[in-house]
Ligand binder design. Structure first.
Ligand code: COA
Ligand code: AMP
Length: 633
């Protein structure tokens, strides 16, 4: 281990309270905390419990107080619409504080919940920060989710208001939000009081007052509103993520720890200072977008880029290089799949050579396993360090990374580098013993987790405890499996639950199975994530029909695909549903999903000793060949 990193890392584990107390001095507090960590009720730990602060104050006002009002806070660039805008800290605060006033006019108060279901426009960021300003807990729902997912989030959060848009734009298609919103409101048991629609220019829709109002109407009589003082352990937001069942988990983020940790990461992990331009090419609907489009860069007081576009097709495979060059971006953070998409379209980097990227210093990748080929291709092209780092919605910041602001470490291709200060990462084997270097097992983190990680699940303490904190006493179970090598490098190999990663998007195969099971002809089904060169993984469904079904297989398959798109959303990228005769099971009735996945990926598998009828595997193989999932050999 390198000296400087080693010293900081060890300090963070030997005396976490002192470590984080010192770091907490760097943020604005209305009242400084005197109690740094309350460990009295494990696994429910409380960071900075008697401190009070405000998320929005730390993102905006604090920098204005320190003379940075004229500095650019947010750059918006939408190659899809051709719109661009820049907001300095003064301008952004003015817009945010006015929208906070608008929310107050709608009756929102500290502790209420607001759902934000919007495309990548500045108003989405403004809405998030406005919520924080008045202590409203936001829950952003990714635009690629359909009505069902939106409805489940409305019901679970019991949101008072829904802030949405007339539409979003995907390459080649306009995403009309109205039918999705109407569908969700019909499905939801809980009723929201109000809906605010941002009318996008040229795509205005008819609203139904007084229940629905436009963004501009909401602002018309709103006054600028100051930040309210919030307890450090109040919640900033809920972000729902796929769980081990179809029911999404409401990850909550407490205010104080979130600000302290995220601000620290900007310099220490990403080597970003206040004068730098930072870009995270993700979506505000995901944790990467929450933490690194919005919160961390603004807590740091640097400039952040909001990009409404794609790595390819908006308009070409040079879109990323254009943004980096136009705005002098120092570092980019995105998912490996974005680079795989660019590499596929422009393997020789012809577009790249058109731009000047002299200010560009590093590329960070996360969200899914970064395959060595992609990393090497990016390194070759960009001539800057390409850093794979590992984290989760649950943690909101990296568990393992090359901490480039502390000390640059060497790259080991395929590894997400070492545990970041604050995280005591271990591998536990199936016999519950701690693994030796290079031995595979479940990846766990010793409790307490550092600040900024999830203190619980929304209204679900029991689920939090049982799901994450019970299988290995004293540890947080990440549901990732892998090993740590002799140099302390962490290798993330697979998930141990039903989560798959499709283009960096976290999805539950269980949730897709639930949808397929609702098809009236389907008796049983299995959904698995198979390897995909572009998106990392893709879900495929295998369905067994009820006896006596007369509909043809092709129709059933199309209906299944449509159901998943309608209920979960296009983001599931569910395009293959194969009707099969039987599913392979163990003698106790468990579907052998892992074995089917190995067959589909054409990798070696052992015949499970408990299989009820091995002949089924040959049938499945034939079906996969017939459907072009598997090549015949
Ligand atoms: N609103 C509505 N629909 C959306 C959406 C949104 N915000 N985001 C994606 N979708 C839709 C897409 O239009 C597509 O629909 P289609 O089936 O009609 O084509 C579907 O969801 C799948 O989208 P996606 O997985 O993004 O695939 P793609 O083929 O459109 O693009 C990439 C592939 C690699 C270019 C794209 O996934 C990408 O840019 N990934 C970057 C990684 C990333 O942002 N990860 C987030 C976590 S870090
Ligand atoms: P999300 O909560 O959407 O950020 O997804 C978290 C999951 O994505 C993790 O549990 C991992 O399975 C996967 N993941 C994130 N980053 C990496 C990485 N660098 N390498 C491998 N898997 C990753």
């Amino acid at each position: 281990m390198s000296k400087k990193f080693e010293q900081i890392y060890n300090q963070s584990l030997t005396n976490p309270e002192e470590f984080w107390r010192e770091i907490s001095e760097d943020i604005f507090w209305f009242k400084k905390p005197t109690k740094i960590l309350n460990k009295s009720n494990p696994p429910f730990y409380k960071w900075f419990e008697d401190g009070s602060t405000n998320t929005c104050y730390n993102a905006l006002d604090f920098h204005i107080d320190n003379g940075l009002g004229e500095k650019t806070a947010l750059i918006y660039d939408s190659p899809i619409t051709g719109n661009k805008a820049k907001f300095n800290y003064n301008e952004l605060r003015s817009k945010v504080s006015k929208f906070a006033g608008a929310l107050k006019n709608q009756g929102l108060q500290k502790g209420d919940r607001a759902i934000i279901y919007m495309p990548m426009v500045p108003e989405a960021v403004i809405a998030m920060l406005a919520c924080g300003r008045i202590g409203v807990i936001h829950s952003v729902v990714f635009g690629g989710f359909a009505s069902n997912e939106l409805a489940s989030r409305i019901d679970d959060s019991k949101a008072k208001i829904l802030i949405t848009s007339s539409c979003g734009f995907e390459p080649g298609r306009t995403v009309e939000y109205r039918p999705l919103v109407d569908g969700a409101l019909k499905l939801a048991k809980h009723k929201v009081d109000k809906i605010i629609f941002l009318q996008r220019k040229g795509h205005e829709i008819k609203l139904n007052p007084p229940h629905e109002i436009s963004w501009d109407e909401a602002l018309s009589n709103a006054k600028e509103t100051n930040c309210v003082e919030m307890n450090s352990n109040d919640y900033a937001y809920i972000l729902y993520t796929s769980g081990t069942t179809g029911v999404p988990k409401g990850i909550v983020r407490d205010i104080g720890g979130h600000i302290v940790a995220l601000k620290w990461t900007m310099k220490n992990i990403y080597n970003i200072d206040q004068g730098d331009v930072w870009w995270s090419a993700s979506d505000i609907g995901w944790i990467v977008g929450h933490s690194y489009i919005v919160y961390a860069p603004l807590f740091k007081g640097c400039t952040t880029v909001l990009f409404e576009g794609k790595p390819v097709g908006t308009p070409d495979a040079g879109a990323f290089w254009k943004i980096i060059s136009d705005y002098n971006v120092k570092s980019l953070f995105t998912a490996p799949t974005a680079f795989r998409a660019i590499k596929k379209e422009d393997p020789e980097g012809k577009f790249f050579s058109k731009y000047n990227l002299s200010k560009f210093e590093s590329l960070f990748l996360a969200g899914e396993r970064a395959d060595p080929d992609t990393i090497k291709w990016a390194e070759n092209l960009l001539k800057v360090p390409v850093i794979d780092h590992w984290w989760q919605t649950e943690t909101s910041w990296a568990i393992s990374s090359n901490c480039t602001g502390i000390e640059m470490m060497k790259t080991k291709y395929g590894s997400a580098c070492k545990a970041v200060p604050g995280y005591d990462v271990k591998i536990i084997k199936s016999d519950q013993s701690l693994a030796k270097p290079n031995e595979m097992g479940d990846i766990v983190v010793k409790l307490p987790l550092p600040p900024g990680t999830f203190p619980t699940l929304w209204n679900a303490d029991k689920r939090y405890k049982e799901n994450y904190m019970s299988n290995y006493a004293g540890y947080y179970q990440t549901y990732d499996a892998g090993h740590i090598d002799e140099d302390g490098y962490i290798w993330i190999m697979s998930r141990t639950d039903d989560i798959i990663n499709v283009a960096g998007h976290r999805l539950s195969t269980g949730a897709i199975e639930e949808v397929l099971s609702e098809h009236q002809s389907v008796a049983e089904c299995a959904v698995l994530g198979i390897s995909d060169k572009l998106k990392g993984q893709l879900p495929i469904g295998l369905v067994v029909l009820k006896a006596g079904v007369e509909k043809d297989n092709e129709t059933i398959s199309k209906e299944c695909i449509k159901m998943v798109r309608d209920k979960i959303g296009p983001v599931a990228a569910f395009k293959v549903a194969i009707v099969i005769k039987r599913l392979p099971k163990t003698r106790s009735g468990k579907i052998l999903r892992g074995t089917i996945r190995k067959i589909a990926d054409n990798v070696q598998y052992k015949l499970p000793p408990t299989i009820d009828d091995p002949a089924i595997l040959d049938e499945i193989k034939e079906d996969l060949i017939k459907n072009n999932i598997l090549k015949s050999v």
